[in-house]
Design a protein around this ligand. Structure first.
Ligand code: ADP
Length: 401
């Protein structure tokens, strides 16, 4: 048997060395690729934005394939990277997830050669990771937005809940005070057979006034519940607005005088408005009642004038005024300015009713106020069409909530 020559052995050895080097290189490359894929997957799970995901895919894909550049086009319009002026080779794969096609990634110009099937397999794997990352991102951002919405709703619910609690405690207080007074004076009259008639009359007068207060509060509560169920009735007819104003001024003059305030009405222009007189009277009673309630010196002035197709009515007072940051909320149900809640009676329902009624008349209400100087509430109501114009039918309507 002939012995292999040393030269042949060395030749085989060096061929094996080359093979081993190539294998090692291949294993190393594979290791690098797996490692890169893993890193891409890891960083993609970190809730990156679509732009960040795209940048990462392009950077790592070009590095791993030794390409000059890449471009990502997402179906929602996001594009990243550039297409080079000269394209010698390119590799394009779709970016997809469980819900379908999201876009595509293209890698350009492999240095030293052309893209291989293995390169394509690798880019597909990266694009799959990108699809998952984009979906994660969409889901997480959806969750964050939903969470924010829920937090906001929760805050609003807490505020409404607080307002309702305040309302219940206010209303209980408002009901209890006149009731206690009615009960007290009635019991005193009953217990004293010899009470002089004029004192009896005085006490009955107080009972009568306190019952009126109770009626106002209970009617406000009933109206608010009608308003909330959309069932407030309106009996609409063309009427002189100033007639309603004069009635309310007459009714509330005594209340103003008892506080040493003046109450006057300046009629600049007469105005006919299609309105439910008793509801508009309710608006005026609320506005003038508030003006008297929140004013300690000076007085309350009403002015009526015309402005284009509108009748305007301003209720001005020289009272406490409303802090600027509270003004946007005073027409909300149950809202009362905190620092006066405990010193003035009220339920926080009056202005909510006022706005609903004015809205139903297709009018508007605005307020200007200066703390410590006074407030002006201005109501604008559309004028009735002139006689001979479009006929105004007498209509019974309901409020839209
Ligand atoms: P209420 O008078 O029962 O508290 P309203 O809905 O009528 O409820 O008014 C809401 C809040 O607006 C009042 O609590 C008060 O703080 C403020 N407000 C209304 N009118 C005036 C006014 N003319 N001057 C000062 N504050 C007012």
């Amino acid at each position: 048997m002939s012995q292999p020559s040393l030269a042949a052995f060395e030749e085989r050895l060096s061929a094996s060395k080359v093979e081993i080097e190539a294998l090692t290189q291949e294993t190393l490359n594979l290791y690098r690729q797996v490692n890169l894929l893993y890193r891409i997957g890891e960083s993609m799970n970190a809730c990156l934005s679509p732009e960040e995901v795209g940048q990462l895919v392009l950077r790592e894909s070009c590095k791993i394939l030794r390409a000059t550049s890449g471009r990502i086009e997402l179906d929602d319009g996001v594009t990243l990277g550039v297409r080079p002026g000269v394209v010698e080779s390119e590799l394009q794969v779709p970016i997809e997830n469980a819900h379908g096609h999201l876009g595509s990634v293209t890698i350009f110009n492999k240095r030293n050669g052309f893209f291989t099937a293995a390169d394509e397999k690798l880019i597909r794997a990266i694009a799959r990771q990108a699809g998952i990352a984009l979906e994660n991102n969409r889901l997480i951002h959806g969750l964050i937005a939903k969470n924010r919405e829920l937090e906001q709703l929760n805050e609003e619910l807490k505020a409404v809940d607080q307002m309702k609690s305040d309302f219940v405690s206010n209303v209980s207080h408002e009901l209890r005070t006149p009731l206690a007074s009615i009960k007290g004076f009635a019991a005193t009259i009953l217990a004293d057979d010899e009470m002089p008639q004029e004192i009896q009359r005085e006490f009955v007068g107080i009972i009568n006034d306190e019952s009126d207060k109770l009626c106002v509060i209970i009617n406000d509560i009933l109206d608010i519940s009608k308003m909330m169920s959309g069932y407030m009735k309106f009996d609409m007819r063309p009427v002189a607005l100033e007639a309603a104003v004069y009635d309310v001024v007459k009714l509330l003059t005594m209340l103003a005088e008892r506080k040493g305030l003046t109450l006057k009405f300046d009629l600049v222009d007469s105005a006919t408005v299609v309105m439910d007189s008793s509801r508009i009277a309710q608006v005026l009673k609320n506005l003038v009642g508030n003006a008297i309630k929140f004013t300690d010196t000076g007085g309350v002035r009403l002015v009526q004038w015309l402005d284009g197709d509108f009748a305007c009515l301003a209720v001005e007072d020289t009272g406490a005024g409303i802090p600027e940051d509270h003004v946007p909320f005073i027409f909300e149900k149950f809202y009362r300015v905190e620092n006066v809640v405990h010193t003035k009676e009220g339920t926080g329902l009056g202005l909510a009713l006022v706005r609903t009624i004015v809205d139903h008349h297709h009018g508007s209400i605005e307020v200007r106020s200066r703390l410590g100087e006074g407030s002006t509430f201005t109501v604008r109501l559309p004028l009735a069409p002139p006689p001979g114009g479009a006929e105004v039918p007498h209509a019974e309507t309901h409020s839209d909530r």
